[in-house]
Design a protein around this ligand. Structure first.
Ligand code: SAH
Length: 391
């Protein structure tokens, strides 16, 4: 256990139960941090919180308890059980792929657990939670009882500011196509070379809205990854759906997803391209679509990126808007936590001015209830989706 003593007057955020302790607030660190356990005390030595210790990170500790409770295996189990109760209440049996533990949102900072049918993927996002690997794996097995548990420990690399590389899971049989269902539709998570932990579970609610709107319409799905929006649209009776993505592997999976759900995979419905270039071509050809979905990767990964990210969002939205037929829809998303909901809406507004087309905001839709956000840590709310109807 390492004891972190705060500088005088730096205890306010901990008292408000914010789970991130920044290194700048710490006066001294005493003891042995190798177990990943940290105790936080104020300048006067009074205990404030306990958490996981990541000495190389700017966020030197992620705080789990504020009432003196020890971070032992029973606490981990209790937290996972509370997380499971929320999923039991919110996820229907037609959905077997969901986020089972959502880091700060489930009071388990630095830990993600995604379930895909019989396989669960435990992701340890910090050096501190990596040190708790054995106890976290036991808790995951006990509470969620997956047939198979796969762990990705990316925390140390992240903490050192390196790009978190995905450990080579490719050799492990069967992990490139792990089957599961979302609202009765059949998908595969690619846990070998796949993105995130293999599927964008956070877009489930937007996919079901699209399904409800899609009948008879033509859909252009930008940044499609494995084409899950298109499958949802076709299940809702869409006339056609076209996936655009730069990744050949993602589009291959997108073709498989269509066939798996009984839809043809026509080669004209998959475009391997840079979306910015593809959109310019489509705009020059005066194409018109009933629904455009625009779900790019996070353009801002650090504070210094925000201005450039804002320009990227504006360009892509201006081009996407110019393709939407009157009476049609644009679902536009940002998963950059650093771009606030307010800023994103302003960017989208200025894109509509530049495009010369009017839209009404019909709904805001972020991630579903399996991605809860702690009120103590609003930073956990990263996904913003705006449903815009063209006037
Ligand atoms: N909408 C998807 C998730 C999108 S993730 C879903 O619901 O599953 C972002 C995707 O954008 C990735 O598949 C990545 O390959 C793709 N991508 C990133 N930059 C791109 C670019 N400039 N042009 C085309 N695709 C891009």
């Amino acid at each position: 256990m390492i004891q972190l003593t705060l500088k005088p007057g730096r205890e306010e955020s901990v008292r408000r139960r914010h789970p991130w302790l920044f290194s700048g607030a710490v006066a001294t660190a005493e003891g042995d941090g190798s177990s990943g356990h940290a105790e936080v005390v104020d300048w006067g030595g009074r205990p404030l919180a306990r958490g996981s210790y990541s000495p190389r990170s700017q966020i030197v500790a992620r705080l789990w308890t504020f009432d003196g409770r020890a971070l032992d295996p029973s606490l981990l189990r209790d937290r996972f059980e509370a997380a499971r109760r929320l999923r039991d209440a919110a996820i229907t049996p037609e959905t077997t792929g969901f986020r089972a533990v959502n880091s700060e949102g489930d009071l388990c900072p630095g830990v993600l657990l995604d379930v895909y049918g019989e396989v669960a993927v435990l992701e340890l996002l910090t050096e501190g939670t990596e040190a708790w690997r054995a106890d976290l794996e036991s808790a995951a097995r006990e509470v969620f009882a997956p047939e198979r548990l796969v762990t990705r420990a990316s925390g140390s690399e992240r903490d050192r500011g390196e790009r978190a590389c995905v450990p080579a899971l490719e050799e492990e049989a069967g992990l490139s196509r792990v089957p599961f269902q979302e609202n009765g539709l059949r998908f595969f998570a690619d846990l070998s070379a796949g993105q995130k932990t293999g599927f964008y579970l956070d877009q489930r609610e937007n996919r079901s809205r699209l399904r409800a709107l899609a009948r008879g319409r033509r859909i252009l799905n930008l940044f499609s990854y494995s084409g899950a929006f298109s499958v949802a649209a076709l299940a809702g009776g869409a006339a056609r759906a076209v996936d655009v993505d730069a990744s050949g592997a993602a589009l291959e999976l997108a073709r498989e997803h269509r066939r798996e759900n009984g839809f043809p995979a026509d080669e004209n419905d998959f475009a391997r391209a840079d979306v910015f270039e593809d959109l310019r071509r489509r705009a020059a050809a005066a194409e018109s679509w009933d629904i455009v979905v625009c779900d790019p990767p996070a353009f801002a990964k650090k504070r210094g990126d925000i201005a450039r990210a804002a320009r990227g969002y504006k360009d892509i939205n201006r081009l996407a808007m110019s393709l939407v037929a009157p009476g049609g829809w644009l679902l536009t998303c940002s998963c950059s936590g650093l771009v606030s909901a307010d800023l994103f809406q302003k960017i989208v507004f200025s894109a509509s001015l530049e495009a010369g087309v009017s839209f009404s905001l019909a709904a805001r839709q972020g991630a579903g209830p399996d991605h809860p956000v702690s009120l103590d840590c609003p930073e956990g709310e990263y996904l913003k989706g705006l449903w815009l109807e063209r006037k």
